[in-house]
Write a protein that binds this ligand. Structure first.
Ligand code: NQM
Length: 346
């Protein structure tokens, strides 16, 4: 059994193991599967929480890039398959990377707030995390609240630059705001996360269902998977059978004063909230006239748009900045918390 230094953290509405790259063994994926307890739907023999949102890993190293502090590689450890995938990024786990980099001495806290510039290896883009360091000391305590997490913590605002086409090569990899797959109008889009955005009504749901009820609807899941496999090829992702992208988001009119309401499969379990870059991408889809998301969205005016993306446990506000009609910047408020620092065995 291998013993490896690890920190467990909540990042946004997800949770996972944070490792320094140099601490991981050569047979990294085998170790991570053992450490998480995969494959097993209950992950009983490991640290994973039997949910894709709690079976996540951040691998962090000091960056050699100019103007960048650390490089972050996100790994999804599948729950019920022996698969460790780097095919997607994760903006929730990203929220813990800044504090982790300070904890491990890769970045020095300076002043009341410390900006940590992070190169996201999965997609080759840069994010800036603003970490609270009052008096030069890292803190997780604060008054920021995000839906899907009880209580309050220090805010960790995240700013993303130029995320369009992160994995698919273009914001709209087919060149269209709408494509029809299996008779359903879909927006195939990537503003940081490859997503397929469809109308909830077209998929035969209301859009306010509980995630567990949607997961129990086998007909819906089969229909979503058939669309996803076709969309993957159209989005330059190839065969996505064993990939956790694209995400499948069904949209409906806002129900709580937001921009629009969402239910997202990621891609086989229904998210209890929505991913960070997923929300940025769905919000961007809502700005495309003629798209299923635009048809149901209530949009604010102006070039800096605060879009409240409603999800099963509340909302996530995405601030999208437009320049010449294109998205140039996306910002989202997250929080994070250290849960455990020690040795994990796998
Ligand atoms: O979209 C879940 C999460 C995510 C990803 C998923 C995420 C993002 O909530 O940036 O955060 O969609 O697999 O952690």
């Amino acid at each position: 059994m291998r013993a490896v230094r690890a920190m467990w953290m909540r990042g946004g509405t997800s949770k996972g193991g944070y490792f320094l790259a140099g601490d991981l063994p050569d047979d990294r994926d085998d170790f991570l599967l053992r450490a998480m307890g995969s494959p097993d739907p209950r992950q009983i023999d490991g640290m994973g929480g039997a949910d894709p949102l709690t079976s996540k890993v951040a691998v962090v190293r000091r960056s050699q890039r100019a103007g960048v502090d650390v490089d972050y590689l996100f790994l999804q450890v599948f729950v019920d398959r022996a698969t460790v995938s780097d095919a997607q990024n994760c903006g929730n786990i990203l929220a813990g990377v800044g504090p982790f980099a300070i904890e491990r001495g890769l970045v020095q806290a300076s002043g009341e707030e410390t900006d940590v510039r992070i190169f996201m290896e999965n997609t080759g883009q840069i994010a800036t995390a603003r970490v609270q360091t009052p008096g030069g000391a890292l803190t997780y305590e604060g008054t920021a609240r995000i839906d899907g997490v009880p209580g309050a913590s220090a805010p960790v605002p995240l700013t993303f630059e130029e995320t369009a086409g992160s994995t698919c090569g273009a914001l709209l990899p087919t060149g269209n705001a709408v494509d029809e797959i299996d008779g359903i109008a879909c927006t195939l889009i990537d503003n940081g996360m490859p997503c397929v955005v469809m109308s909830a009504e077209a998929m035969g749901i209301r859009g306010d269902e509980d995630p567990a009820d949607l997961e129990a609807d086998l007909g819906l899941r089969e229909q979503l998977e058939a669309i996803r496999l076709k969309a993957g090829e159209m989005m330059n992702l190839g065969d996505v059978t064993d990939k956790s992208v694209p995400k499948m988001t069904m949209v409906s009119r806002p129900m709580a004063g937001g921009a629009l309401s969402t239910r997202t499969f990621i891609p086989h379990r229904c998210h209890k909230a929505i991913g960070v870059l997923g929300a940025a991408t769905v919000g961007t889809a809502a700005l495309l006239p003629g798209s299923p998301a635009h048809a149901v969205a209530t949009l604010p005016d102006g070039t800096e748009k605060a879009l409240s993306i409603e999800h099963p446990t509340g909302e996530m506000t995405v601030i999208v900045t437009l320049e010449d009609g294109e998205v140039s910047r996306t910002a989202i408020l997250r929080t994070a918390r250290k849960l455990m620092d020690g040795t994990v065995f796998g």
